[in-house]
Write a protein that binds this ligand. Structure first.
Ligand SMILES: *Cc1c(COP(=O)(O)O)cnc(C)c1O
Length: 416
């Protein structure tokens, strides 16, 4: 159930009016619902109650430390792709032995830091990374826990920029090279094989691709068993889609049921790495109309949020529902392109939206909790916006709006 609903004609996050938040903290700002985040993570966790498992939240979807802290309190694991993300998890109270480390470009210093912290597993994406990790672990006189990310070559039917499980993608070890890579891993003295993993893409709205990927991984597991290579865990990655525009993604519990049925082994630990599915629909971007520019050809609503705050429309053609905070309006309805102030034609939040608008109206851009703030930039020297977490009736400012001074922090003039 959505935690963003109209009450007395005003859009609310849980028990708090978004108009009240805009009034106190200004716009643009991101607003998240604690309950929505918790409920999504718990749906995965509960569906897995009869299976050894760990639900590792993919930090890159939304890495605010308050979000991480809320999940850490539930016992979540975390999927990280950098040492910056690891530090966030640790400072948010996440346990290192519940961290898995993904990503194709891990540096030596990142490997060292993660080994020192004692993470659960490295999701190794290439043979060269495996060799480097073995060297780094040897220098430290320890063993690195590893899982190899294999590329099952399945089509996730998603946007090409977020499909990662096709053989042409840069991610993971090609399926046909996986056995040789595991043989190498078992021969290397300073890595310990813990698991096998894959991640086929993001915003996947049917179950078949997940099932196909798991079947291929299970084929490998069988083949490797003949070579006496066995696993403590199987990690299926993330990628479950959400509803942006009327998509009907499978329920979290159905997704889990399908996986468990195919897996058919309660003794192996199942790891999943959902990001978008946990936070995507748990956040909105709140923005205000600055100008309405109308002509015979086009109506533009110029708002104070822009592509630097939410880049999904520009980057992936992402579609976000846009609604008024005040439910009703006397303004005439028109079709608007909702655009920001940035000097790029790609700077839009939504196109051709039927809205009743006046100057100063507040709008909520929905489903902005994932890949929203984490992808924000300072383009056009725009300070990054405030983040708010609503918890029942209370409002928490979990990140202050950047100041103009912070914008230039660390920059300097030449001496002459
Ligand atoms: C991005 C990513 C995820 C999370 O994907 P979602 O679509 O947000 O669930 C999980 N695992 C890996 C390796 C990723 O790169």
């Amino acid at each position: 159930m959505s935690q963003f609903n109209y009450q007395d004609g005003l859009l609310h996050a849980e028990g708090v009016s978004l108009a009240e938040i805009a009034n106190q903290y200004g716009t643009p700002c991101y607003v998240y619902s604690r309950k929505a985040i918790e409920n999504s993570w718990l749906e995965f966790d509960r569906a897995l109650r009869n299976q050894k498992h760990l639900v590792c939240y993919a930090v890159k979807a939304n890495s605010n430390i308050a979000v991480l802290n809320v999940l850490a309190k539930l016992g979540a694991g975390f999927d990280i792709v950098s040492i910056g993300e690891m530090e966030r998890v640790l400072r948010a109270g996440g346990r290192p032995d519940k961290i898995v480390f993904s990503g194709v470009g891990k540096r030596k210093d990142e490997m060292k830091a993660a080994l020192r912290a004692g993470i659960k597993c490295f999701n190794v994406e290439s043979v060269n990374e495996l060799i480097r990790l073995n060297e780094v672990a040897e220098e430290m006189h320890i063993h690195a826990p590893v899982s190899l990310r294999v590329n099952p070559d399945v089509d996730a039917n998603t946007h090409p920029y977020i499909a990662t499980g096709l053989k042409d993608n840069k991610f993971g070890i090609a399926f046909e090279h996986a056995v040789a890579a595991y043989e190498l891993a078992s021969a290397l003295a300073h890595v310990t094989i813990k698991g096998i993993d894959c991640h086929i893409g993001s915003q996947i709205t049917t179950l078949e691709p997940f099932n196909d990927a798991l079947l291929k991984v299970l084929e490998l597991v069988e083949e490797l068993k003949q070579l006496e290579i066995t696993f403590e865990h199987i990690d299926l990655g993330g990628g479950l889609g959400i509803n942006y525009e009327g998509e009907q993604p499978p329920a979290r519990s159905d997704y889990i049921q399908t996986i468990i049925k195919t897996l058919n082994d309660v003794n192996v630990e199942l790891v999943i790495e959902p990001g978008r599915s946990i936070v995507g629909n748990a956040g909105v971007l709140l923005t205000q109309v600055e100008y309405l520019n109308k002509s015979e050809h086009h109506n533009f609503a110029i708002v104070d949020a822009a592509m630097n705050d939410l880049i999904r429309p520009a980057l992936y053609d992402g579609w976000h529902d846009i609604k008024r905070v005040e439910e009703t309006s006397n303004a005439e309805e028109a079709n608007y392109d909702v655009v920001g102030p940035v000097c790029e034609t790609g700077d839009f939040l939504g196109k051709d939206r039927a809205l009743r608008l006046d100057h100063g109206d507040l709008l909520a851009v929905f489903s902005a909790g994932a890949y929203g703030f984490t992808m924000a930039s300072n383009y056009n020297s725009r300070p990054r916006v405030t983040e708010i977490m609503v918890d029942g009736e209370s409002i928490h400012e979990i990140r202050k709006r950047e100041t103009i001074d912070e914008l230039m922090n660390g920059e300097s003039l030449l001496p002459k």
